[in-house]
Design a protein around this ligand. Structure first.
Ligand code: NAG
Ligand code: NAG
Ligand code: NAG
Ligand code: NAG
Length: 812
């Protein structure tokens, strides 16, 4: 007991004494040799990376973290260091307690000095994205406490040192994007804790050593773009925890068939551009978690198994440039429908890209039924031996390439116009109205002409019909059209809703739109809450009588109805019906218990309930809904008024996009020239000097909404200087809605917030062309990002996210 007390006393005393002494005599240069903590400060000053700083406050310098005793345990630099900075600048022996060294994107030059092995307590070493060169030193192997080692994106040469095998605690090793050559040392098999191994984009030769089989914790292996050869060792197939396997762009020549089945949890399998062979698909169809399957440019063969529809999470299926043969099984169609829960859709994206091109596939294409909801699908089956006619159902695809097959008969004009004639070239027996296709013979000409007239209307009919059946099948309710003639005069109402609801019921439920039922006022009218006699509660959006007579308002009303009828998305508000009447027009919506996102954010109690996770989910859902209207509707739609007022929340705080009052159907070819709509504070800057509307205006507004959701209030003037030359230094932590608990308390949350903010800032780019598309954003939300770096969060500033130093927004 007394021992402990005196020790404690001694510690406290020596700490204060050293500081006191330092303050009074810090001009004496040799003072530092007396006091180890002082040496730490000296090392930093000598490095020249911090200038004009008070050394006794070093624990508060930007990027420095100390432990309770005042010893430096972490250095994090994410800025450019002075020209010519090298790791030799840092006196490692003065920093005995350092655990984390993060020098990312700091313009470091030179090599890694062997003295780095003096940092014996180091657990995280991040030196990515610098100009480091030379060999990876043997001495790194002395850092046996390392958990993460990141040297990616430098100019390292030489080979992977065999001493790396001593890093038995290492979880992530990233040497990608360097010029490292030589063989993979067999000692790598000792790194039993390894979960992520990233060696891609180097010059590594030889084959994968059989010691790999010991790395039973590996979940991610990325070795693409190297010069690796030969078959995979038999031990490789025991890595049953693999989730991401990328061996593409090498010279592997294994026959892969049964074995791959062992990787049951695989989500990404990239073997493209190798010399792999074997009837791989028969075993791949059992990897039901696959979302990316790229086998392109190998020598795989065999037929496409009927079980292909088991891969229902696939987003990319690329088997092009192989030797697959036989017909495409009818079950493939199963992949094209979206039968998944919205949660699944949100997390994995709903698009599907199929590439079967350059194989020996024959037979006819399976028939598509349009009863179900098609996923947005691109399909390339060019350069095969497919026969039969080209069905009109291809119109429902996002992109199509059927060229260089043996298709015959007539191809309809809609397909030629939508996908260009190049999509069907190289089919000798095909005819159509656009050269170089030869015209269909005159015998059919009459029928052809008739079709020309009929098809558009048939197409339109099918479209409307499928819209309606979809909306209907969802609610399984009857549609009632009625034209009533009663005391209110002529009323035209359409209900897609539970039973029969009369105009009178509405009037009664709202006491003829009495103010006490009004729950909000929007651009064109007011919103009322009505409890109908059947017990249902609905929201009514009623246009004011005066306005109802105005043509523009009437048109806006029509627009909203037209659009909502076509749209079917889980996060877009459901339209139950509408009424047109001389005196009033109104829309009947699903009622949203929690009102608008704006309202929830402005109420302190409700805002707290809307925690970080819920907020991020709301943003993902809204981005998904916008991506849907921009890219997945047959006619793209621009919302034009994306604000927190127009995002409504139901009782589960699920978000719904509403108010299409001023959006317009966007013609594919033309940008819109039209009067400015939208809400101040959300309108994209280009609309100030031009009236060209594109979906990038919605992207901008989404960026504002995302910031607002994270900040808890409208970002205001932040928007004006965000992309200016001199962004003020604002820490991200100071940007966050202060009513919520710090996201640091929850694992992974800070990353999601940083990613969301990075995406939001990209959306707010002043140049519309530089903004990402909504489709692209939804994808970015879902990209697996292997690195965790919670510690730096408090240091990160806005400009780092704007410059995408932490997360990079991939442009398509
Ligand atoms: C450094 O900071 C200490 C503690 O705040 C203060 O007492 C001292 O005067 C400062 N020294 C200089 C040179 O600014
Ligand atoms: C590094 O620091 C140690 C004491 O921690 C000292 O002995 C040594 O001289 C320093 N090296 C250089 C190059 O300054
Ligand atoms: C560090 O590694 C080198 C080379 O691997 C070795 O010679 C040296 O003894 C090691 N030093 C310590 C302090 O372990
Ligand atoms: C597939 O993914 C789900 C959800 O991530 C997971 O629960 C399941 O274990 C995975 N299946 C396999 C075989 O790993």
């Amino acid at each position: 007991m007394s021992n402990f007390t005196s020790l404690w006393f001694l510690l406290v005393f020596s700490y204060f004494f050293s500081n006191f002494l330092f303050d009074s005599i810090f001009t004496y240069s040799n003072a530092s040799t007396l006091f180890p903590l002082q040496q730490e400060g000296d090392a930093l000053i000598q490095a020249g990376w911090w200038v004009n700083q008070n050394i006794s406050l070093r624990c508060k310098w930007k990027g420095i973290t100390c432990d309770a005793s005042g010893s430096i345990i972490m250095i994090q630099v994410r800025r450019s260091l002075p020209n010519g900075s090298t790791l030799h600048n840092l006196n490692f022996s003065s920093l005995p307690n350092l655990k984390g060294l993060y020098l990312i994107n700091s313009s470091l030059q030179g090599g890694i000095p062997p003295e780095i092995s003096q940092l014996s307590k180091l657990t995280s070493l991040f030196l990515g994205s610098n100009d480091l060169s030379g060999e990876v030193p043997l001495e790194l192997g002395n850092l046996t406490n390392l958990l993460e080692l990141d040297l990616r994106n430098n100019m390292f040469t030489g080979t992977i040192p065999s001493t790396i095998g001593r890093l038995t605690n290492l979880k992530t090793l990233d040497l990608s994007h360097n010029q490292i050559g030589g063989f993979i040392p067999s000692q790598i098999g000792n790194m039993k804790s390894l979960t992520g191994l990233y060696l891609g984009n180097n010059l590594i030769i030889g084959s994968i050593p059989s010691a790999f089989g010991n790395l039973s914790n590996l979940s991610n292996i990325v070795m693409k773009h190297n010069k690796l050869i030969g078959p995979l060792p038999t031990t490789f197939w025991s890595l049953t925890r693999l989730i991401w396997l990328s061996l593409s762009y090498n010279y592997f020549n294994d026959s892969v068939s049964q074995k791959i089945q062992k990787f049951k949890g695989l989500e990404i399998l990239e073997l493209h551009e190798n010399v792999f062979s074997g009837p791989i698909l028969f075993s791949v169809v059992h990897l039901t978690n696959l979302s990316i399957l790229n086998l392109s440019s190998n020598r795989f063969n065999g037929t496409i198994p009927v079980q292909i529809d088991h891969l229902e999470k696939l987003n990319i299926l690329n088997v092009s440039y192989n030797m697959f043969s036989g017909p495409i099984p009818a079950t493939l169609v199963g992949l094209l429908y979206s039968t998944h829960s919205p949660y699944y859709v949100l997390n994995n994206g709903i698009t599907l890209e199929i590439d079967f091109s350059h194989n020996f596939i024959d037979g006819e294409l399976p028939r598509l039924s349009l009863d179900n909801h098609l996923r947005p699908t691109s399909i390339n089956i060019s350069y095969n031996n497919l026969v039969g006619k080209i069905s009109d159902s291809f119109l429902f695809f996002r992109s199509v390439n059927l060229s260089y097959n043996k298709f015959e008969g007539e191809v309809c004009d809609q397909i030629l116009h939508r996908f260009d004639v190049s999509a069907v070239l190289g089919n000798q027996k095909l005819c159509g109205s656009i050269p170089p296709l030869h015209p269909c013979d005159s015998q059919n000409h009459g029928i052809f002409k008739m079709l020309m007239i009929l098809l558009p209307s048939v197409f339109f009919f099918v479209l409307c019909f499928s819209c309606f059946t979809l909306v209907r099948s969802r609610s399984k309710k009857k549609v009632t059209h009625e034209i009533e003639s009663n005391k209110h005069g002529n009323v035209f109402c359409i209900w897609d809703y539970d039973g029969k609801v009369a105009y009178d019921d509405i009037i009664e439920a709202t006491e003829d739109f009495d103010i006490k039922y009004c729950i909000g006022t929007g651009g064109y009218g007011s919103v009322y809450k009505a409890s109908l006699p059947n017990g249902k509660v609905v929201a009514l959006k009623k246009l004011h009588t005066r306005e109802a007579q105005e043509r523009t308002v009437y048109k806006s009303f029509q627009n909203e109805v037209d659009m909502l009828k076509e749209i079917r998305h889980r996060n877009i508000i459901k339209l139950y019906g509408y009424c047109l009447h001389k005196r009033s027009m109104f829309l009947i919506y699903e009622y949203m218990e929690r009102g608008s996102l704006f309202w929830v954010l402005s109420n302190d109690t409700e805002a707290v309930e809307l925690d970080w996770k819920k907020r991020l989910i709301i943003l993902q859902r809204v981005s998904h809904a916008l991506s849907y209207i921009h890219h997945d509707c047959i006619t793209p739609i621009i919302h034009r008024d994306v604000t927190t007022c127009n995002i409504l929340l139901d009782s589960n705080l699920e978000a719904f996009l509403s108010d299409f009052g001023i959006s317009r159907l966007l013609d594919h070819e033309l940008s819109y020239h039209t009067t400015v709509g939208g809400t101040c504070g959300y309108i994209a800057p280009e609309l100030a000097y031009s009236v060209v509307i594109s979906e990038k205006c919605d992207v901008y507004s989404f960026g504002v909404v995302a910031l607002e959701v994270i900040m808890g209030k409208h970002p205001g003037e932040l928007l004006t200087y965000l992309w200016s030359k001199s962004i003020p230094r604002i820490f991200i932590k100071d940007l966050l809605d202060s009513r919520l608990k710090s996201p640091l308390l929850q694992i992974g949350l800070t990353q999601s917030i940083l990613l969301t903010l990075t995406l939001a800032f990209a959306c707010l780019h002043p140049n519309p062309k530089a903004r990402p598309t909504m489709q692209h954003l939804t994808r970015e939300f879902n990209i697996r990002r292997p690195y965790q770096d919670e510690l730096a969060f408090n240091e990160i500033t806005i400009d780092q996210l704007v410059k995408q130093e932490i997360y990079y927004v991939h442009q398509i």
